[in-house]
Ligand binder design. Structure first.
Ligand SMILES: [Fe+2]
Ligand SMILES: [Fe+2]
Length: 375
């Protein structure tokens, strides 16, 4: 087999993020994240008696859980289980749409109240919107685990997205806590379903999912985060600003995960990464190719302006015929899928060996790297 070429490097912080231990900073203290003995428990069955046996099973459990606090608890419990027992990927039958609480009312984007129309204080309005984004982000990450578990990709792929889900569950908890501190609950104003619509459009294509969700929807957080922090400071809400700033920092890893796996899949398919990304974005979520963008933050995690900024495109991007077929990985023929997996494994081996060569001296084993060797 010809060795497919890697087309660009990964975000330098990715291995550090993967090697992080369990993050118990799920409460927002006086100086930032801190652990808390008990989460804001809801009257649901004891989750410890429902330990998931695989990441896909955990994903389905979370997707079928409506209560936001319980969704966050299930997510963290699953990640704890994985850190302790190295859960296998497994398989699942995820719902078409995630379970959601009765409030907030979901309305079309055009029907969403503007900050001026809303009776809520501006900082509450913004923190509620962010809580809704984080709730969606948990479901989006788990749906990527469950939806594409049948593809049998490297276990590191599913582990990365379960890790993203755990990060999002902390983000959601900080937002819910801050809303309560301000005297409000999640659900006190309408919300939209636009983020989940991106998941639906990319439910049959792992490359489309990566292009739309982590590489575009999550990149929006890099664009908007600094502006939101400035506004919250301007409104005198330093505590909310600190939460948003921390979330923005942590979102970099999530975009970088998308870039990393998209790069590997393109290399395995022998496809041009930029042209493929442009075409998928144009076909699945063209609205995300319009600014304003934070070019500096996007470049840091491996996104190039020529890919995501439609004002830079010479013409409407078109997927090569071969890619249009292969990119729909959920419908690949078994032989094609096996070839893609073989190429991905070869690329991961090359990455691992490059990473080993780059090390100045023996270091602590990276659990993800070890897993790649074993796979
Ligand atoms: Fe987040
Ligand atoms: Fe995220």
């Amino acid at each position: 087999m010809n060795q497919p070429e890697l087309q660009s490097g990964s975000w330098p912080g990715l291995n550090g993020w993967r090697a992080k231990g369990l993050d118990e900073g799920r409460s927002w203290g006086a100086r930032g994240p801190e652990s808390q003995a008990s989460e804001h428990l809801v009257s649901e069955p004891n989750i410890l008696s429902q330990a998931p046996e695989s990441l896909a099973e955990a994903a389905e459990q979370v997707l079928r859980t409506a209560d936001p606090e319980l969704k966050a608890q299930h997510t963290h419990h699953a990640w704890q289980q994985h850190m302790q027992k190295r859960l296998k990927t497994g398989s699942a039958s995820p719902p078409d749409s995630p379970a959601r609480p009765s409030l907030p009312q979901l309305v079309p984007v055009k029907s969403m109240p503007t900050p001026k129309q809303s009776p809520l204080p501006l900082n509450v309005f913004m923190m509620h919107n962010l809580a809704h984004v984080e709730l969606n982000a948990i479901d989006l990450a788990w749906d990527t685990v469950a939806r594409f578990s049948a593809l049998g990709l490297d276990e590191a792929f599913y582990e990365d997205f379960a890790h993203v889900a755990d990060d999002e569950s902390r983000h959601l908890r900080w937002c819910l806590q801050r809303l309560r501190e301000l005297g409000y609950d999640y659900g006190c104003m309408p919300a939209h379903n636009m983020l989940w619509e991106g998941a639906e459009k990319s439910s049959d294509s792992v490359s489309g999912r990566l292009a739309v969700v982590p590489m575009s929807q999550e990149a929006r957080g890099l664009d908007a985060g600094p502006r939101l922090v400035d506004r919250l400071i301007g409104w005198g809400d330093q505590r909310s600003a600190a939460i948003v700033a921390r979330i923005g920092q942590e979102e970099k890893a999530h975009v970088a995960v998308g870039v990393h796996w998209f790069r590997l899949i393109c290399a395995a398919e022998g496809a041009d990464m930029g042209e493929t990304f442009k075409a998928l974005l144009h076909n699945l979520a063209g609205g995300l190719a319009k600014g304003p963008f934070n070019h500096e933050a996007r470049a840091e995690v491996g996104l190039k302006q020529a890919w995501y900024d439609s004002s830079q495109w010479q013409c409407d991007p078109v997927l090569p015929e071969q890619w249009s077929r292969n990119a729909q990985s959920a419908s690949l023929q078994p032989a094609e899928m096996e070839l893609l997996k073989q190429r991905l494994t070869a690329l991961l081996d090359v990455e691992l060996s490059n990473a080993e060569d780059a090390r100045p001296q023996p270091a602590q084993p990276n659990p993800v790297a070890c897993q790649l060797v074993a796979s």
